[in-house]
Design a protein around this ligand. Structure first.
Ligand code: ASP
Length: 588
């Protein structure tokens, strides 16, 4: 037996017991006659003590130990004279009677501590060492808990966990596919699933009624902090449901996770807000409603006073920053620079400050104090507040103010990561017109059903009518992050064909790509709908982190590389030949 207890288990009640522990050397403190060794495993740290009275050989072995050596040790549980309340085993120590070195270890390239001295790149290269650190252990543990609780809840709701294949044909989630060449089918490729979308719909046609899967999805997109080329979804589908059934069922899942993972009992219904309201009030389709700071439409209030910037703008909006009227010129200049950055793209920033000395603004030349008061009232400002205004094209301006709102929320500490604000956003536009390619794109994916009342517009020959069609789609948003999205699906083969037509697919193209699903709909497809949640993101949010990397045991870096494996990498000529592949990189 390698161990009788773990390194996190022993307490005063075990005093006097002989025990055997195994683990890694966290730290060694040699105080002359006494040596303290902190032994670590997944469960905690236990202090081992070796002194002059230790049996022969023990002291000698202790003297040659290094950090991260793997040990087995026997000893007796003793009460510590110097207790350490910071660790759960801090009341005891082990009076060592024997040490066996199970394995030696090179000195790790960085410290295995909560705050490591290793940089990100170095830690990524030695991910197995980084994973020994407490913060990562906690993250991986939380992920495990989440997965178990997801299964528990969905199982209790009669969902079946069903696996779907990875080597498939392209699925339309709007990103690029990762492809895999087929040796047995020369010149042909599989695509890795961007999601199991078509399979879960086929499972509904097959009568499985309620499906879920915690599943890897692959999307070849440009990466950001919260994106990985492969990521995990909680993917779900239900038959014979309307939107309300889905929202209720998955609000139930969220409540269950809040309760079981975070210990938060959520009583109130999650707020629901339409896409249009989300954009108009928060400048985002994933609003962070932990703080108010809503956008106010000031278009009518500010036009017609000879201020060209506003007079020529389609839309002018403002947000009220409570208690910030004392912002200095320098702070305001800095904010102006912030909104002018290419990522935001504003031309400038107009401000109104309501201090004890009255209302002052950067547009005093054009507006009287009374007129500025009207604007302030519209923004629900009172003395002490600062109002920030942006103007331009409506959609773009709302998005810019939305970004500014989040930035101000960050600067003012209004987005604490231990406060949660879930909500549903619904009624998204079904399609988006792209001027560049002169075609429509599905805002969610091409299997999303138009709202029944919008069907006549969906069949209209007029492009404008089509842009007005709303989708029976919904997103689950938590703290300004889109955690989940789904829709009621098209289950009528005629409507599905119309969708492909609107998206600009010829009949042959549609049949080539999606014939299998159009066909399946001819064999008794039930009304159905579903949703998928970004599992990595949800874990990160529950862990109080922005980035998902810590919640994935072996993630890729932001150029899509696994620096530990050094992948992707070249394959040899023989393998290329076998796959009927030729690289043109050197010729390019
Ligand atoms: N397949 C969709 C996605 O990955 C989710 C869904 O519609 O259920 O976003």
């Amino acid at each position: 037996m390698y161990r009788t207890h773990t390194c996190g288990e022993l307490r005063l009640q075990h005093k006097g017991q002989p025990v055997t522990l195994a683990g890694w050397v966290q730290r060694i403190r040699n105080l002359g006659g006494m040596t303290f060794i902190d032994l670590r495993d997944r469960y905690g740290i236990t202090q081992l003590t070796v002194n002059d009275d230790s049996p022969s050989g023990v002291k000698e072995t202790a003297a040659m130990l290094g950090r991260e050596f793997v040990l087995q040790t026997t000893g007796t549980v003793l009460e510590r004279s110097n207790k350490n309340p910071k660790i759960t085993t801090g009341d005891i120590e082990i009076g060592v009677t024997g040490i066996t070195v199970l394995n030696v270890a090179n000195t790790p390239p960085f410290t295995i501590e909560d705050e490591s001295d290793g940089g990100e790149e170095l830690r990524a290269r030695y991910r197995y060492l980084d994973l020994r650190r407490n913060p990562l252990q906690k993250a991986i543990h939380l992920r495990h808990r989440m997965a178990q609780e997801v299964r528990k809840y969905l199982d209790s709701q009669r969902f079946l966990e069903i696996e779907t294949p990875f080597l498939i044909k392209s699925t339309p989630e709007g990103a690029r596919d990762f492809v895999v060449p087929s040796r047995m089918n020369p010149g042909e490729f599989y695509a890795l699933p961007q999601s199991p979308q078509t399979f879960k719909q086929l499972l509904m046609v097959a009568g499985y009624d309620r499906y879920f899967q915690i599943v890897r999805c692959f999307r070849d997109e440009d990466l950001r902090a919260d994106r990985q080329p492969e990521f995990t979804q909680i993917d779900c589908e239900m038959a014979f449901v309307e939107r309300e059934d889905i929202l209720q069922t998955f609000e139930g899942l969220a409540r269950h996770l809040f309760k079981s993972v975070l210990g938060i009992e959520w009583v109130a219904d999650f707020p629901r807000i339409s896409y249009a309201d989300a954009m108009n009030n928060y400048g985002s389709d994933k609003p962070d409603i932990r703080f108010d700071m809503r956008i106010n439409d000031l278009t009518d209030a500010v036009k017609g006073k000879n201020f060209i910037l506003f007079d020529s703008a389609e839309y002018i909006g403002g947000i009220c920053i409570k208690g910030c009227a004392d912002y200095t010129r320098k702070q305001l200049d800095e904010l102006t620079e912030w909104v002018k950055r290419p990522q935001i793209g504003a031309k400038g920033l107009v401000y109104i400050r309501w201090t004890a000395d009255g209302i002052k603004s950067s547009i005093d030349k054009f507006y009287t104090t009374d007129e500025l008061s009207v604007i302030a009232a519209k923004c629900r400002a009172t003395q002490g507040d600062l109002i920030l205004l942006l103007s331009g094209d409506k959609k773009k301006t709302l998005e810019m103010i939305g970004s500014l709102r989040i930035e101000m929320g960050n600067r003012l500490g209004l987005r604490p990561n231990n406060v949660y604000a879930p909500l549903w956003v619904y009624d998204f536009p079904l399609l988006e017109w792209d001027d560049e390619t002169q075609r429509f794109y599905a805002m969610h994916h091409p299997f999303t059903s138009p709202k029944p009342e919008d069907l006549p517009k969906f069949y209209s020959a007029n492009r404008h009518d089509i842009t007005q069609v709303n989708a029976n789609a919904y997103d689950f948003v938590l703290n300004g992050v889109e955690i989940g999205g789904g829709s009621i699906r098209i289950h009528d083969s005629g409507v599905q064909r119309r969708m492909f037509e609107v998206l600009g697919f010829s009949e042959e193209e549609a049949n080539y790509k999606f014939g299998f699903i159009i066909n399946a709909f001819r064999y008794g497809a039930p009304p159905h709908g579903g949703i998928a949640f970004g599992f990595d993101r949800w874990c990160a949010l529950f862990g109080g982190q922005e980035t998902i990397r810590d919640y994935i045991a072996f993630p890729k870096n932001n150029t899509g590389r696994d620096v530990m494996l050094d992948a992707p990498s070249k394959i040899d000529e023989e393998q290329m030949k076998e796959l009927y592949l030729k690289s043109v990189k050197s010729e390019a």
